[in-house]
Design a protein around this ligand. Structure first.
Ligand SMILES: C[S@@+](CC[C@H](N)C(=O)[O-])C[C@H]1O[C@@H](n2cnc3c(N)ncnc32)[C@H](O)[C@@H]1O
Length: 156
């Protein structure tokens, strides 16, 4: 069945990802949670055993050398959602995901660049004591996108 009439899509990727395993894990989740495309900025993805369902062959994988290159080629009408634990970031718990958007995660060591944070149309974070693994962070964001909020029953 053709299922691209919903007027919504998302892509997800990492800026300067350091660990191939993290990319493999992220791609696998992206494929299973409805991403339309995946991408890397800076460091390129090389085939990784964690990508067990071969996501790279199942959806478009884009590579951009620089953040500027990536930003210039955002899909028309798509919002950039930076994902970072930062004081100025909105809480994921109440965040309304744009219908069409691109989620950008930061590197394992340095997080998102200052420029990426500045250029993001939205910046979102979720509650965690310290920063967590980037592939896990991406998975939480994608899971959150797919559920209806608010999801807690109000106390009487
Ligand atoms: C291991 S963290 C980066 C830690 C880095 N040392 C820093 O200080 O930013 C890798 C990426 O995971 C994502 N991440 C981890 N924890 C997060 C949180 N609580 N909220 C939003 N993003 C998070 C962000 O995209 C972050 O750049």
């Amino acid at each position: 069945m053709i299922d691209n009439f919903d007027n919504e899509f998302f892509g997800i990727g990492i800026q300067n990802g350091k660990t191939p395993q993290n990319l493999g894990v992220l791609w696998r989740t992206a494929q299973n949670m409805g991403a339309s495309f995946i991408f890397t900025i800076g460091n390129r993805y090389a085939k990784q055993a964690c990508d067990t369902h071969n996501a790279v062959k199942a959806m478009p994988y884009f590579h951009y050398d620089t953040f500027n290159d990536f930003f210039k080629h955002l899909p028309k009408g798509a919002m950039l959602v930076g994902v970072e634990k930062a004081s100025e970031a909105e809480a994921l718990e109440t965040f309304k995901h744009p219908k069409r958007c691109v989620y950008l995660l930061g590197a394992e060591d340095h997080g998102l660049s200052k420029k990426a944070i500045e250029k993001s149309h939205f910046l979102v974070q979720f509650t965690s004591e310290l920063s967590i693994n980037v592939a896990v962070a991406g998975s939480i964001i994608m899971y959150d996108r797919g559920i209806d909020k608010p999801r807690f029953i109000k106390a009487e």
